[in-house]
Design a protein around this ligand. Sequence first.
Ligand code: NI
Length: 179
Amino acid sequence: MAVRELLKMGDPRLLRVAQPVREFDTDALHLLISDLLDTMRAAHGAGLAAPQVGVDLQLVVFGSDQINPRYPQRPLIPATVLINPVITPLGEAQENDWEGCLSVPGLRGLVPRWNVVRYTGFDQYGDAIDRSVQGFHARVVQHECDHLIGRLYPTRMRDFTQFGYTEVLFPDVAATESD
Ligand code: NI
């Protein structure tokens, strides 16, 4: 178990289309997931994708069994390991909300996302995951899975007047946050 170094925007490894995981329930996979969870929790992230630690695989972790201090007003999302995911929007509705990213430290932006999505994939044992979710849960999944196709949230933004430093945009919140 270890906290790994987080890559930051500008690193070309964040721009790759990640490779599918082909072997499940291996020691190497379990170690990677353990490190991703340690790294996510140490940074108080809502989620983390393998490419953010330089690993070129379609694997994300997100959620928590406790309220996240970076997002104290947000509902709980169950702790999830999601491998080789496929996201399908359900309906046409999109919603704007603020996002941050551990690879874009110190900044927040207003990002449109699908309100309701279905996501499928596998857990670390190769068991199928199939969920339909909405709101913050749907947003986090879309954000994390974007990392697997080389997309960081600023590339999803439509209005760059709604992009700035967390401490300026949200002075009350920033005092309790690490980025
Ligand atoms: Ni991110």
